[in-house]
Design a protein around this ligand. Structure first.
Ligand SMILES: Nc1ncnc2c1ncn2[C@@H]1O[C@H](COP(=O)(O)OP(=O)(O)OP(=O)(O)O)[C@@H](O)[C@H]1O
Ligand SMILES: CCCCCCCCCCCCC/C=C/[C@@H](O)[C@H](CO)NC(C)=O
Ligand SMILES: [Ca+2]
Length: 579
């Protein structure tokens, strides 16, 4: 028996769960609360509070259990986790000590993948510039409670986190965590993938090469402008929820798209590689960084009004249509069977062989398949390895895309009238089928190539590079935040483009003036997870489950409101109807 206040409970710790059942005066069982041991955050002697600040009252018969608490059904914020706390009183000090010891032992046994030591990078300028405050007030106390040690680096420049991961000694760290937005996540992604390939002796520049999967986990504490990667892998943008996923050592594999230009790696993407509308929006928004997160809304309106479309040829390698489809109206949710089965397909012998040799055999044994080619004028071309859901678009650019199936969804939006395009954009924000429009097509793919029409190629690097440079034109009100677009893109400028690419030696032109007023531009620019790419002709290949996040995918089935309206059609396969 344990007591909570004056109420007696029967408590049991058996296997994977710690449960306590309320007993009435006649010993009849009433309500039971069960907490999976894997979701226990910590067990402390005495009556302990951590919020608003740590307070310990060391009473000798009490202990405090901290655990993951989910927001209840009907709550407006599905998927939100908070720290649950219950004070238990035992009949004696001896029994209290036994409970605490047993619970801590169970925790070690049932949660072997929890991190012990983390390397944390805080971008003090990301989003609303609250990164340091978010970390110190909301995250650090939870890590301390869970006994996780952390080394914190507050960044002083763009790419510091990436370079640190690439070059410094990381012995003892189980994972790296960023406090910031998608741009900070991208730094960690590039650092972790780059370092893993260096250590494996693999080149990142071979566009058909195999990459080594990364062991070092990545955690995201959302504190940026869009935080799309966090939203799409956790289901909410909330620092406490993300911190709790990190603490319990959740592990979500993630597909990564490698973008190459000729024979060099340009960037990696997990969310959006987008040309046309999304590229133009990013280029325009970069000029207005000083507006903060609002810059995307402003740029979206401006680019929409400009009504541009671009010519080109998209070639793609289809994924196996027997496995899944971007229009099957399912959602990739926590424990997704398509992703689990993909693991076996991507790493068939992973228990007995190294992951690297498994992937090698996969690539060498299977033929690539045939490339399909589509030419024409497009409003937008988007490749997304995941749904890319975010608060503005709760179901994302491709609602049925999977986080870890080794494929991406290619969405081609052909040139159309402004009203029809607005219908498409508006469907991003509702549950209406975005692909059920005559000018939109979607394909589940393994690889994509984009080329410009004959005669346009020569302009390519110069025009794109110009956009990038204009994208980082400084506004008088802008704080001294160095734009990532400048630093990263200039590093990747190849050959002659790099030589031309000094900021001061070329005329700066108003990007939107180019788009709307004078001769319409022949080429757009690629948006790669919120960074502008310095090349137009690119090739993309999806590397299945290349990295792992401290996350578990979206848990709450109610998030798919309205997506599946017909239980007979889905055969009970969608999460809504399988309940
Ligand atoms: N100390 C720093 N000074 C300037 N730039 C930095 C610093 N630390 C990180 N950065 C860069 O700032 C960029 C934007 O940061 P972050 O993603 O955290 O915020 P954000 O406002 O959400 O931006 P985005 O919209 O690009 O996601 C990142 O790409 C990162 O490279
Ligand atoms: C009539 C209403 C139109 C509203 C249109 C809303 C469209 C929202 C679509 C959001 C797509 C987000 C794709 C994700 C991109 C990220 O990878 C990237 C990095 O943060 N973000 C951006 C803005 O490029
Ligand atoms: Ca995928």
């Amino acid at each position: 028996s344990l007591w909570i206040g004056n109420q007696r409970y029967r408590a049991t710790l058996s296997g994977w769960y710690f449960s306590w059942t309320e007993l009435d005066k006649k010993n009849r069982e009433k309500k039971t609360v069960s907490v999976p041991v894997a979701e226990v955050i910590g067990v402390e002697d005495g009556r302990v509070e951590v919020q608003p600040q740590k307070k310990v009252e060391d009473t000798d018969r009490e202990f405090t259990l901290f655990y993951v608490k989910r927001s209840g059904r009907g709550s407006s914020q599905k998927g939100l986790w908070s720290l649950g706390r219950t004070h238990f009183r035992c009949p004696s000090r001896d029994l209290r000590d036994q409970w605490v010891t047993q619970l801590r032992t169970a925790l070690k046994t049932h949660s072997p993948s929890r991190p012990h030591k983390l390397l944390v990078f805080i971008n003090p300028f990301g989003g609303k510039k609250r990164g340091k405050q978010i970390y110190h007030s909301l995250v650090a106390p939870l890590l301390e409670l869970a006994g996780i040690s952390s080394h914190v680096v507050v960044t002083e420049r763009a790419n510091q986190a990436r370079d640190h991961i690439l070059k410094k000694d990381l012995t003892g760290f189980d994972g790296v965590v960023c406090v910031g937005g998608d741009g900070m996540f991208s730094e960690l992604l590039h650092g972790v993938i780059g370092r893993t390939q260096q250590e494996a002796g693999l080149s990142e520049h071979d566009s058909s090469g195999v990459l080594q999967s990364c062991d070092l986990h990545i955690g995201i504490i959302p504190a940026g402008s869009t935080d799309c990667v966090c939203f799409a892998t956790v289901g909410v943008n909330d620092p406490v929820t993300s911190a709790l996923h990190i603490i319990i050592g959740d592990s979500q594999p993630l597909d990564v798209c490698a973008v190459h230009h000729k024979s060099s790696l340009v960037r990696y993407s997990v969310s959006l590689v987008g040309y046309g509308f999304y590229g133009d929006v990013l280029a325009e928004s970069e000029r207005h960084r000083w507006m903060g997160p609002l810059r995307y809304d402003y740029a979206g309106c401006m680019v929409y009004l400009c009504n541009q479309s671009y010519q080109g040829t998209v070639q793609f390698l289809r994924a196996d249509p027997g496995l899944s489809s971007p229009r099957d109206k399912t959602r990739c949710l926590s424990g997704c069977s398509v992703c689990s089965e993909s693991k076996e397909r991507l790493f068939p012998l992973s228990d007995s062989c190294s992951l690297y040799s498994d992937k090698l055999s996969q690539y060498s044994e299977q033929s690539e398949g045939e490339w399909t080619s589509v030419s024409g004028r497009f409003k937008s071309i988007s490749l997304t390895c995941m749904s890319s859901s975010c608060p503005k678009s709760p179901l994302g650019l491709s609602p049925s895309a999977h986080l870890a199936d080794g494929t991406g969804d290619l969405i081609l939006v052909r040139d159309t009238n402004p009203l029809a395009f607005l219908t498409y954009l508006h469907r991003h924000t509702t549950s209406q089928d975005q692909f059920d429009l005559p000018f939109v097509e979607v394909h589940r793919v393994k690889a994509v190539r984009f080329s410009l029409p004959l005669g346009e190629e020569d302009e390519e690097d110069e025009r794109t590079e110009q956009n990038i440079e204009e994208g980082v034109m400084e506004h008088p009100d802008k704080p001294c935040v160095q734009s990532p677009s400048r630093s990263i893109s200039q590093q990747h400028l190849a050959g002659p483009a790099r030589e031309r690419g000094t900021p001061n030696n070329r005329k700066k032109r108003d990007f939107l003036c180019g788009l709307c007023c004078s001769k319409p531009p022949a080429v757009s620019v690629w948006n790669c997870d919120g960074e502008l790419l310095p090349h137009t002709e690119i090739s993309c290949r999806v590397h299945g489950q290349l990295v792992r996040l401290y996350a578990r995918g979206i848990e709450d089935e109610l998030r798919i409101w309205g997506l599946c309206e017909d239980s007979r059609n889905c055969n009970g396969k969608c999460v809504l109807h399988s309940q």
